[in-house]
Design a protein around this ligand. Structure first.
Ligand code: BTN
Length: 229
């Protein structure tokens, strides 16, 4: 197995921020709680004690295919969760159980772009009140999924080390097998504007392919956004 070095902290502002100070490949920063946990699109990731919050440092990432890490991380978590969870990936890298979000992933680069930080947050024993969120959430406990934080972390790192050795096309194929929404009508919110269409799958770089109702128009290729069913 790949050598991960795990650094445990009782409390951090954000494991992603702390991870930016670590230069060795496969350093893993774990915190028992985060006081300034960060979500995608500038949101807060509420991180009380009892959840699993960690960041993996990847040195010399494949800069041409950065999207591969996001897909590989989501796939790895999906595979690491017990089968009875029937976890699914919602593009690009949310993990849902029973249609509710149990985990989110935030990728950031360190000051030099040759270091990538993969930050993963998993609701284990609690989840934020839905009035604080714009989506439905759950926790492993709420879904009666029993796995310890240590077991889940070990299993996830094992799957991640394996998946990062696969060719991009194979990661995309496995990602699509574990994803929800392919073939369905979706709404996509972008930094500027909203699109509607059918989620056809991922292209060779891991971008979302959206076919719009207007058959004359080419498919839209989307690298960043939020999807709704
Ligand atoms: C999302 O918005 O879905 C992404 C959430 C990512 C949260 C994790 S928790 C560990 C790491 N440290 C952070 O501050 N954020 C990520």
């Amino acid at each position: 197995m790949t050598d991960f070095t795990i650094y445990n902290f009782t409390s951090l502002e954000s494991t992603n921020d702390t991870a930016k100070n670590y230069t060795d490949n496969f350093s893993v920063i774990v915190a028992g709680e985060q006081t300034k946990g960060k979500g995608r699109r500038g949101k807060t990731w509420i991180s009380p004690k009892g959840g699993l919050y960690f960041s993996v440092v990847i040195t010399d990432p494949d800069l041409l295919n950065l999207g591969i890490y996001s897909l590989a991380a989501a796939l790895s978590l999906c595979e690491a969760l017990p089968a009875e969870a029937n976890a699914k990936i919602k593009w690009p890298n949310d993990i849902l159980i029973g249609g509710k979000k149990v985990s989110g992933i935030l990728l950031e680069t360190a000051t030099d772009p040759s270091r990538l930080i993969i930050g993963i947050g998993i609701n284990i024993s609690s989840f934020p009140k839905e009035s604080l969120l714009s989506y439905a959430a759950t926790s492993l406990k709420n879904e009666n999924i029993t796995i310890t934080k240590d077991e889940l972390l070990a299993s996830l790192l094992d799957r991640l080390a394996n998946n990062l050795t696969l060719p991009l096309q194979q990661i995309i194929t496995l990602w699509q097998k574990n994803a929800i929404g392919i073939g369905k009508d979706i709404k996509v919110t972008l930094a500027k504007g909203t699109l509607f269409g059918v989620f056809k799958g991922l292209d060779a770089k891991g971008n979302l392919i959206l076919s719009t109702k207007n058959k004359e128009k080419p498919d839209k290729i989307i690298s960043c956004g939020e999807i709704y069913f």
